[in-house]
Design a protein around this ligand. Structure first.
Ligand code: GDP
Ligand code: IMO
Ligand code: MG
Length: 426
């Protein structure tokens, strides 16, 4: 394998965790490059399910080194809880196996509080439906150049001073805008201190490790979180997350040069889902939507919310191809479509009297498009046990061929169930 990026092409939950787990076999190290514990990546191995929020999805493979890059925002308490959970399953999560970039930003208790206070304060129409994990406020502090970085956890005086300074501003918001109690700097420091001390052993130079790995002719697998249409720049702004989710950020979010990214795997769910608020042109409120939701078990892996479901939208995917440059597509959850007699594929939109092939650029323009569909016959067979592409029903082959034709990218991996072995490499 070459250095490979795995990223989501829709609104998240495409099955990135499963694909990273599979590709880990051919990688030497795995680096998560953005997002935080807003993510929920599910792996199923021999029937046993593991949900990861922060730790890279390569962790189930023996001794492969798993890294958290500078582009990630890390909640130390959540990270250590995840470490303990995996350790209890007998998985090696020692500091020698798991490295956090000293440049990663730390999610502080006041970030979580600000996230939920701000959401609660918004009108129904303006609520983003965030995961409430403090992601946006932490990235805000990073950009405002007042954030706490992982390396600060080794300098407790600096950490204490940064908390003090941050609260000067945040407490004005809590008290005077959101009607919440102000936070006490010493109490915040005391709350974070035990995790800070324990996290120190995990800190390292992720960019350096990745660079050395490549220099030795070995391979790096970059793990993305969320999806292209949740990207802060390219997504359905303002109903997005606060990081760049596109493939290009694999380089800056891990400290590697862009020309080291050899292949890019876009993970695409065979239909579309979205959690939280925001426009969703192909969303369904009918039997087909219920089928996807229930057969696909579409509940958020982080918040447990029901995921909204709809037909495959090739317009947003065409945009994802343009933004990410995928060398291959991993198409997941094909099995879930079995039993639907007819499938709809959205190939263009009607927008302000015109036909468009890409999403509009105006804020919330996507809420004003009318999807244009083409229809294809579905299949009734259960394909979850099929192991070769040749053995697939013709209707499945036709559906996949049409996707490849419209997007101009080969489907190199087809997934027909949650388990690691329910995967066909083409
Ligand atoms: P991620 O955030 O992109 O890693 O995706 P999630 O883990 O949040 O959501 C994907 C869900 O679909 C998980 O519950 C997976 O176990 C499951 N899954 C992944 N691939 C398949 C598949 O091909 N078929 C079915 N039925 N489930 C799948
Ligand atoms: P994975 O990696 C799906 C959504 C939230 C909300 C918006 C902003 O599992 O695919 P945030 O907490 O990031 O400020 O919330 O983004 N969201 C996700 N939706 N999958 C995810 O991650 C998501 N991470 C954030 O629901 O609409
Ligand atoms: Mg998820």
């Amino acid at each position: 394998m070459s250095n490979t990026v795995v990223m989501g092409a829709q609104w998240g939950d495409e099955g990135k965790g499963k694909i990273v787990d599979i590709l880990t076999e051919q990688a030497d190290i795995i680096v998560r490059f953005q997002g935080g514990n807003n993510a929920g990546h599910t792996l199923v191995v021999d029937g046993e399910q593991v949900i990861l929020h922060l730790i890279p999805s390569g962790i189930l493979h023996g001794s492969k080194l798993c890294c958290i890059g500078n582009g990630v925002v890390l909640d130390p308490v959540v990270f250590l809880q995840e470490v303990d959970k995996l350790a209890a399953k007998g998985i090696n999560v020692s500091p020698g196996r798991l490295v956090v970039s000293k440049k990663a930003h730390i999610i502080m208790p006041y970030h979580r509080l600000l996230d939920s206070a701000r959401e609660a304060h918004k009108s129904k129409a303006d609520k983003i439906g965030t995961t409430g994990r403090g992601i946006g406020p932490c990235y805000e502090d990073k950009m405002a150049r007042v954030g706490v970085r992982a390396s600060d956890l080794t300098d407790l005086d600096l950490l204490r001073a940064k908390i003090e300074r941050a609260l000067v501003e945040k407490n004005v918001l809590f008290e005077q805008l959101y009607g919440a109690k102000p936070l006490d700097a010493q109490a915040v420091f005391d709350e974070i201190r035990p995790a800070a001390l324990r996290l120190q052993a995990y800190l390292g130079d992720v960019a350096g490790i990745a660079g050395e790995t490549m220099a030795a002719g070995k391979n790096v697998l970059f793990e993305g979180a969320q999806g292209t249409h949740l990207d802060i720049d390219h997504g359905t702004y303002p109903f997005v997350t606060s990081s760049n989710t596109v493939s290009g950020n694999a380089a800056s979010g891990s400290g590697c040069a862009p020309n080291t990214l050899d292949s890019i795997v876009a993970v695409v769910k065979a239909y579309t889902t979205r959690v939280g608020a925001g426009p969703f042109p192909t969303e369904l409120a009918d039997e087909a939507g219920n089928h996807m939701q229930s057969v696909g078990a579409e509940f958020g892996a982080t918040t447990g919310r029901k995921r909204r479901c709809g037909w495959l939208d090739l317009v947003i995917l065409r945009e994802s191809v343009r933004l990410n440059g995928p060398t291959g597509i991993a198409l997941t959850k094909l099995d879930v479509l079995g039993g639907l007699s007819e499938l709809q594929l959205c190939t263009s939109y009607k927008y302000r009297g015109e036909s468009i092939a890409y999403p509009p650029l105006e804020e919330n323009g996507l809420a004003d498009v009318t999807p244009v569909y083409e229809s294809m016959p579905g299949w009734s067979e259960d394909i979850s046990g099929i192991e070769t592409w040749d053995a697939m029903p013709q209707a499945v082959k036709n559906y996949v061929a049409r996707i490849e034709e419209v997007l101009g990218v080969p489907v190199s991996i087809a997934s027909v169930g949650p388990d690691r072995r329910q995967t066909i490499m083409r």
